[in-house]
Write a protein that binds this ligand. Structure first.
Ligand code: GAP
Length: 436
């Protein structure tokens, strides 16, 4: 059994060594709590977004997609309440100099780590400021969005008008968000720049609680559908005191990370708070007219809001496996096939045989037209398998001496390690059938 601390260290080391995640600006000593996705991380991230988009925007008939700007009119953030209330209350320890959110300070009012005296509480805004235009003055101030949601709210009427959607329906968006997080740590879990996958689902007031319950289950199931172990997931309903300023109810889907149960996604009942606020500050109506019942109302909103980076971390942790195979340690990532960064690797059994190498390269070139496929001949076959297992490649295809005459190759399954002898000409179909 892997110790949880070890597991986290192993994931961080694997991610760096194999090119999933690097520290941002590493050659300059790094920039705290910002991360870069390397070649494999970039693929994993694309696959995760694709999986989410497909499940919500393609497979459902009640959600439209959107891609709004990161920069928005500063009034948006006045209306949303972020300028006035998106902040952390923090204290510093006068002895060890560590900084804590006020909620982590117990009734003793001492540093939770060293017991030292703490400073008075101070407010820190989580909004990252920027200026638009050449002159930095008050009028040019705006913010990098701290959530993608507001881009959806301000486009609600545009989407209704352009798609003729009827309520209930949702708008989905994936994009970067920025928060000047003061208490960071736990690798990519709390970053200053991160990506969100959010849906604002507009419903008729009075049906909101029903839709809220539907979405909590729907989102929980989504993670298990992509292979996350059910026992590592749980739902946690927020206490009234925990709720964000806009929410009437919220349930977190939490994952059992090596550092403890922590939020992966939140499903909130945002009521009509945001649309009403935008009506107030913009002077525009964001009411919906139901032409069947002739009713006019401001819709309520159910918001499933997940983090791409946290999901990636959870999927990596969840799929990491160490086992003994023929007295050797085997490390593998049992990532869902849709998420795996490389779908297949073509490996020649003898790299000093030009005829075998040529056949393998030709096969890899052909397979590459359809999916991300790797060719590797830089080590012995045992080593090549281990390399692919460690990054979660579902299929390894070996080309051997017999392949030259029978035109067949061996396809090895990552999870069962079963091997199939397949006609080289049929490998494309073989993969297509199994990677669906
Ligand atoms: N629009 C609602 C909203 O933004 P949130 O709970 O603050 O709600 C939603 O964020 C999700 O975004 C979280 O569940 C998490 O997955 C992700 N997230 C939030 N802050 C993050 C951070 N600093 N680093 C990485 N992911 C973050």
């Amino acid at each position: 059994m892997l110790q949880q601390q070890d597991l986290m260290e192993k994931i961080v080391s694997l991610c760096k060594r194999r090119g999933f995640i690097f520290q941002s600006s590493e050659i300059y000593g790094g920039l705290a709590s910002t991360w870069d996705y390397g070649p494999l991380g970039a693929e994993l991230k694309r696959n995760l977004k694709e999986a989410w988009w497909r499940s919500n925007v393609f497979e459902r008939d009640d959600i439209e997609g959107l891609d709004a700007s990161i920069l928005m009119h500063p009034s948006v953030w006045m209306a949303s309440g972020h300028v006035s209330s998106f902040e952390d209350t923090l204290v510093d320890c006068k002895s060890c100099k560590k900084r804590f959110k006020i909620e982590y300070i117990g009734s003793k009012n001492k540093c939770p780590e060293c017991g030292g005296e703490i400073t008075a509480a101070r407010q820190f805004s989580l909004m990252l400021k920027t200026h638009i235009g050449p002159v930095e003055e008050a009028g040019s101030l705006t913010y990098l969005r701290p959530e993608t949601a507001q881009g959806i709210f301000v486009n609600f009427q545009n989407v209704v008008n352009s798609t003729r959607r009827k309520i209930p329906f949702g708008i989905a968006q994936i994009g970067k968000s920025f928060r000047n997080e003061v208490t960071t740590g736990n690798y990519t879990f709390r970053s200053r720049e991160f990506e969100q996958m959010e849906i604002e689902f507009f419903v008729k007031p009075g049906t909101d609680e029903e839709w809220y319950a539907i979405w909590v289950d729907e989102r929980f199931d989504w993670y298990t559908r992509f292979g996350m172990k059910k026992e590592n997931l749980r739902k946690r309903r927020h206490e009234k005191t925990e709720l964000a300023h806009y929410a009437k109810a919220c349930t977190d889907i939490e994952y059992q990370f090596p550092f403890g149960w922590s939020e992966l996604e939140g499903i909130a009942n945002r009521t009509d708070f945001d649309l009403k606020q935008h009506m107030k500050l913009s002077g525009q109506t964001l009411e919906y007219f139901d032409d069947e019942t002739k009713e006019r109302y401001v819709p309520y909103v159910i918001e499933p809001s997940g983090g791409i980076d946290r999901s990636i971390l959870a999927f990596l942790v969840d799929s990491y496996k160490e086992e003994k195979v023929r007295d050797e340690k085997r490390v593998s990532l049992s990532l869902h096939k849709k998420l795996a960064p490389i779908k297949a690797a073509v490996l020649p059994l003898l790299r000093n045989r030009p005829d075998i190498v040529e056949l393998a390269k030709t096969l890899a070139d052909d397979l590459r037209k359809e999916r991300k496929v790797m060719y590797d001949d830089t080590a012995s076959i045992g080593r090549l398998y281990r390399r692919q297992d460690e990054i979660g490649t579902p299929y390894c295809i070996t080309v051997d001496v017999d392949s030259l005459t029978d035109r067949k190759v061996t396809v090895r399954d990552r999870d069962t390690m079963a091997q199939d002898r397949v006609e080289a000409a049929n490998v494309k179909r073989y993969l297509a059938d199994r990677l669906q």
